[in-house]
Design a protein around this ligand. Structure first.
Ligand SMILES: C[C@@](CO)(OP(=O)(O)O)[C@H](O)COP(=O)(O)OP(=O)(O)OC[C@H]1O[C@@H](n2ccc(N)nc2=O)[C@H](O)[C@@H]1O
Ligand SMILES: Nc1ncnc2c1ncn2[C@@H]1O[C@H](COP(=O)(O)OP(=O)(O)O)[C@@H](O)[C@H]1O
Length: 276
């Protein structure tokens, strides 16, 4: 049995530079990952099986396609490992929420299958599988702080920020990534900085925030509540939304904010965690 955590992804900064001729957008983003995520378990089996459990299983169970089974099939095509397997996905992260849940699940499946087949996690063919599955999947395969360019797949790992307390809050509204990109205003507001990572993050932006807020006004409320919390380094939306996050100066401040938000907004999803 092989287990992988599909860690939630945060875009500490997300600068959209231009729309490419292939319809994707050229990005500059500071990717970071948190301790917690979905949990994927891979076991040998007589025939292929895939099951989803956990608080966010219901929406996905209704869908015929899943990024996990697509990752499994792509892995097989690439590496020729035809042994059947059972995959169990414990879905703990909200779906379509800007924290890359589906991308992280696909990447976790690739890592688990690679481990079973004796393939290194940095094998270029594994990275190529990730790239085909989605723009965020290469970053999730790596699952460490990195600067992403291109459509997100051109990655340079960077050190720092490990242990910084983070609070992730989602108002329970799913947002379509494609719809948010479509509403981007086309204005290039410049590249992300360099140097101290926290400063790079703080001085950066999320260019998808305005279009996401127009599609899902509930994001306004989440950002406002996070902005009121004491001892934050920064507050921002992640990816195409609707999840927003705050980074805190210390764990007690993060815990206090989590408690305050949970009691004020019991319907919101709220994850008290830390960057890795
Ligand atoms: C916005 C980001 C930021 O990290 O995160 P999420 O909001 O998904 O978490 C990503 O770029 C999302 O990556 P991912 O979710 O893998 O997107 P994909 O499946 O490749 O593409 C979904 C759709 O988003 C748009 N898209 C995606 C990436 C990109 N660089 N430019 C785009 O225009 C395209 O319309 C594409 O059809
Ligand atoms: N394992 C999965 N987890 C989440 N979403 C998935 C998964 N497989 C397929 N999807 C589809 O991918 C879409 C985007 O999901 P997700 O990666 O969670 O978005 P985001 O990156 O914005 O958080 C969902 O709306 C869902 O239909």
């Amino acid at each position: 049995m092989i287990q992988e955590i599909a860690r939630a992804k945060l875009n500490l900064a997300l600068h959209v530079r231009h729309r490419r001729s292939d319809g994707y957008h050229a990005l500059e983003t500071l990717f970071a990952f948190v301790r917690d995520g979905d949990l994927l378990t891979l076991s040998d089996a007589e025939t292929d099986r895939f099951a989803i459990t956990g608080p966010f299983a219901a929406t996905l169970q209704a869908e015929s396609d899943n990024l996990v089974t697509r990752a499994r099939d792509r892995f097989r095509l690439t590496f020729g490992d035809d042994r059947p397997c059972a995959i169990l996905l414990d879905k703990r992260l909200p779906v379509a929420s800007g924290i890359g849940g589906g991308s992280a699940d696909a990447a976790a499946a690739l890592r688990a299958l690679a481990t079973r087949a004796g393939v290194r996690h940095d094998d270029p063919d594994l990275l190529a599988c990730a790239n085909v599955l989605g723009s965020d999947v290469p970053a999730c395969l790596l699952s460490r702080t990195a600067i992403g360019r291109g459509r997100g797949e051109d990655l340079v790992p960077v050190d720092g920020l490990g242990g910084v307390p983070a609070l992730l809050v989602n108002p329970g509204v799913g947002v379509s990534t494609a719809a948010v990109f479509e509403r981007w205003d086309g204005v290039d507001r410049g590249s992300i900085g360099s140097g101290d990572l926290l400063e790079v993050a703080r001085s950066g932006r999320n260019d998808l925030e305005p279009p996401a807020r127009s599609l899902a006004p509930a994001i306004d409320g989440v950002l406002a509540v996070l902005a009121r919390q004491p001892r934050t380094h920064m507050v921002r939306m992640s990816g195409s939304g609707a999840t927003c996050f705050a980074l805190f100066e210390d764990a007690p401040a993060c815990a206090a904010a989590a408690e305050a938000i949970r009691s004020a907004e019991p319907g919101w999803w709220c994850l008290e965690t830390a960057l890795i």
